[in-house]
Design a protein around this ligand. Structure first.
Ligand code: 8GP
Length: 833
């Protein structure tokens, strides 16, 4: 098992060096031997002296050893086969913990558990030791992580490229109910899953100027950069589910270049040298904690260019065969752009083809237009990224020239089609003139991409109709939909082992890679024995969540409550505020004496949400939720029938505990604002019923599970548009609805802020006088839907039947299906033989 190589690539003669790399034997004894070897020889400790971190590392290294032969084989195959593959470019990967996923994929969970037990170690203790890599903000980053899992499971030749942030999404704490951010130093104890490859580093240039020169009679442009950094890759294994495939995730880390340092060191300016080093290494220092709104910071553009330039060069240098004919690139690769963050890859690719490979512009553009595809993840106009040309031109002067030329030729084509329709030309230009001259990255991606997709049916339709309407008219064939999905391995099998066991007992385990087979569960909804078992699993998951929350945050959760969960980033469009109004209105009903406490359906409402650190209103809403929770939870008049808990630092690890326990999934965004949602899918697959608007993928969930198994409320997207066009006046709803008025008045009265009316005044006035996301307009309908929830929950048999049907009918939302759709509609990549 040591140091062996592929025979044709080595001049070694020793038989050990010539035999193929093999995995260790699949037995607990072999696992123990490997584990102890790693503990002793990698960590340098004896078992008796080892820390939990030593053991976790040794375990991780042992798991890696089992996957290594497959990985080396796949790396070799992907390079050798030269068939078309996917480069997934994403600034975020919200991976979650790796240990369990890799144990499951490798089929090693039982062996590892037995092996560790025989060494007196509990696998569960070591699990708890893992710090999740939080290299993403929310849905977009978690989607990327689900996609690389499915790509590996489907055996698609592919590589994920991104950034190895030294600090991931901040750790959220609450101080007097208010969010305080702490740095997420996820690497402080090291990461056992990564392989640094400094020998594969790329030099990434920035700044400087451009010039033209005479190249044997041809005038060409070139970039004379001002400074550069090293991009050092770290490789991570991405194992497919028990299929012998292991793909690669390659994340780049910034390091100051030697030349850069030395020059300054030699001049004797030590401080300046250190400053320069810090400047360079800042590029991969921290994830921008923004969700759904872009952050127009120079450092962020540096991050974006840094990782896509490194990735493109890595692909061209290391993945193509000797003497590869670049005009064949479209048959060899598709770069999938995960939102606009990686779109600067387009001019970089053109620069390489035209300036470095000396290709004709038109030929290079024809290739580029086939090698990129763009996924849009939003509908909020303010979330569409733009870069001021001043900044872009300073940082990437040659790229700005290339963008100008792409735009010029594109607008010529628009003129040729529509004549001198200046309004249309201004609207479609990649360059916006107001308020400052800027590059519209979504437009650049749309012009350059072979395909543009939204992430749910409704979203893709609204993209075509509204956000990119002129482009749809111009390039109708470009637009398509790929509804998001989630990996059933992590979000059902690992997160909910008891339900997985029950499903497998009923229909076999084929669902793990063919989630549509959950359909076979439908008849079991009518089986009272199965319903009882299903109900017992839900109860067990609730007990497990209670233990987690008690240990993690000291929360006590009562039995017998309906578990009502709203977990997602805090954003006004997602309308956590509507959920708060529901809680306050239930509370107000009881304390005002209108509703006897005994008539309140016992509920525990769980919130989980991080707010972007600069998003003041979102932070106020967090404060309000905590304030309402502390009053409601301690008011004896409620008789313990309403509890609000808000565990801080909602992350993938907590999601895996909360989702399987939920009865009710809150998906209550204003229609037309949530592109898709993916939490909505995870809840339904785990047997929660959804209360939701007709938004994002909720629409498809409802169609699949049936109206009778879904609590629909609120305006539809066309109704929202109409209401906005008529002129929306939220205060009218306040005036006309006594229940709403009482709830808002209670917040305004200072009841949740020790009598201080000023604390939540900005929230109240925003609701009454602006309410951009129409919380008040949907309030009555939401409360009515919650009453239907209470009634339905009273009939546990019927509720469980609906929950089972939710599981049985949501197999469509596997990320395996999403990836198949990408293959059919966008990538056209054959599976690797
Ligand atoms: C999110 C969408 O808000 C969510 O509905 C969707 O499920 C998820 O992407 C995955 O597709 N969008 C974003 O996080 C987003 O748009 N971020 C970029 C604008 C910065």
């Amino acid at each position: 098992r040591y140091g062996r190589d592929v025979p044709e690539n080595t001049s070694a003669t020793h038989p050990l060096a010539l035999a193929p790399v093999t995995a260790p034997e699949s037995s607990a004894d072999a696992f123990v031997a490997d584990f102890l070897h790693s503990l002793n020889f990698d960590r340098g400790v004896a078992l008796s002296a080892s820390s939990a971190n030593d053991r976790y590392f040794a375990l991780a290294h042992t798991v890696r050893d089992y996957l290594m032969a497959r990985w080396l084989e796949d790396l070799r195959r992907q390079k050798q086969s030269q068939s078309k593959g996917v480069c997934y470019l994403s600034a975020e990967y919200l991976l979650g913990r790796q240990l369990d996923n890799n144990l499951l994929a490798g089929g090693l969970a039982d062996i590892a558990e037995e092996a560790l037990a025989s060494c007196g170690i509990s696998l569960d203790d070591l699990r708890q030791h893992e710090v999740e890599p939080g290299l993403g903000n929310g849905g977009l980053g978690r989607l990327a992580a689900c996609f690389i899992d499915s790509l590996a499971t489907l055996g698609v030749p592919s590589i994920g490229y991104g950034i190895r942030y030294e600090y991931g999404i901040f750790r959220q704490t609450f101080v007097e109910g208010q969010q305080v951010e702490q740095p997420d130093s996820w690497l402080s104890l090291g990461s056992p899953w990564e392989f640094a490859r400094p020998e594969d580093a790329q030099t990434i240039a920035f700044g400087g100027r451009t010039e033209t020169y005479d190249d044997e009679g041809v005038t060409r442009s070139r970039w004379v950069p001002g400074w550069n950094v090293q991009a050092v890759p770290y490789n991570y294994m991405v194992p497919g589910f028990q299929n012998g495939r292991v793909n690669t995730l390659r994340l780049w880390s910034a390091v100051a270049t030697n030349a850069f340092d030395l020059r300054i060191f030699n001049s004797g300016d030590y401080e300046e040298a250190v400053r320069a080093q810090t400047f360079a290494e800042n590029i991969s220092k921290v994830l921008y904690p923004e969700d759904s709104t872009p952050q127009g910071k120079e450092l962020r553009l540096q991050q974006q260019y840094f990782f896509v330039a490194a990735s493109i060069h890595d692909f061209l240098d290391n993945m193509l065969a000797e003497g590869f004919d670049l005009s064949a690139l479209p048959d060899r690769v598709i770069f999938q752009l995960n939102d606009t963050h990686p779109v600067i890859a387009v001019p970089e690719f053109m620069r390489v083809l035209v300036d470095e490979k000396k290709m004709e512009w038109d030929a290079a553009w024809a290739i580029t237009r086939q090698c990129f595809a763009y996924t849009c993840h939003t509908l909020l106009p303010e979330a569409l990224e733009v870069w001021p040309v001043d900044l872009l031109g300073r940082l990437l002067p040659r790229h700005l020239e290339i963008i100008y030329r792409i735009n010029e030729e594109f607008l010529d084509a628009v003129r040729a089609r529509y004549g001198d329709d200046e309004m249309r030309i201004r609207n479609m230009s990649i360059i916006a003139e107001h308020p400052v001259r800027s590059v519209r990255m979504a437009y650049l991606a749309t012009v350059a991409g072979a395909r543009v997709n939204g992430v749910a049916e409704l979203h893709s339709q609204l993209l075509r109709d509204k956000v990119l309407g002129d482009f749809d008219d111009f390039f109708p064939e470009k637009f398509t939909n790929v509804t998001n999905g989630v990996t059933p391995r992590r979000f059902l099998r690992l997160a909910n082992p008891e339900l997985s066991g029950l499903i497998t007992e009923a229909i076999g385990d084929g669902w793990l890679t063919d989630l549509e087979r959950l359909r076979e569960l439908e008849p079991f909804a009518e089986d009272s024995g199965f319903r009882a078992a299903f109900g017992e699993v839900k109860a067990a998951n609730k007990r497990r969540l209670h233990e987690v929350l008690r240990a993690r945050d000291g929360f006590e959760v009562s039995d017998g409550h309906l578990l009502d969960v709203m977990v997602k980033r805090l954003h006004e469009y997602k309308r956590q505020m509507l959920k708060v109004l529901h809680v306050v209105s239930t509370y107000e009903g009881v304390v005002s004496g209108r509703v006897p406490a005994a008539e309140v359906q016992p509920r525990t409402v769980i919130f989980g949400a991080k707010a972007a650190p600069g998003y003041t209103m979102a932070k106020r809403i967090i404060h309000l939720i905590n304030a309402v929770g502390s009053v409601v939870n301690s008011d004896p008049r409620l008789d313990g029938r309403l509890t609000v808990i808000f565990p801080p630092n909602y992350d993938v690890t907590l999601a895996e505990r909360v989702i399987p326990a939920a009865d009710l999934s809150e998906q209550i965004s204003l229609a037309g604002k949530e592109a898709s949602g993916t939490g909505n899918m995870k809840f339904a697959l785990n047997g929660a019923l959804t209360i939701g608007t007709d938004d994002g993928a909720n629409v498809e969930i409802r169609e699949l599970v049936g109206d009778e198994n879904f609590f629909l409320f609120g305006m539809s997207e066309p109704e929202v548009s109409e209401s906005a066009a008529r002129g929306y006046r939220p205060s009218e709803f306040y005036q006309e609805d006594a229940g709403l008025r009482a709830a808002i008045d209670l917040i305004a009265s200072g009841a949740f802020s020790r009598g201080d009316r000023s604390v939540f005044e900005p929230i109240v006035s925003n609701l009454l006088y602006e309410d951009r996301f129409m919380v008040l307009a949907d309030y009555a309908s939401y409360i009515a839907a919650q009453e239907r929830v209470d009634d339905a929950y009273a009939d546990q048999e019927a509720w469980t039947r609906s929950a089972i049907l939710n599981v049985a009918r949501t197999g469509f939302f596997s990320s395996d299906r999403s990836i198949r759709d990408y293959i059919d509609r966008i990538w056209h990549t054959p599976p690797l033989a």
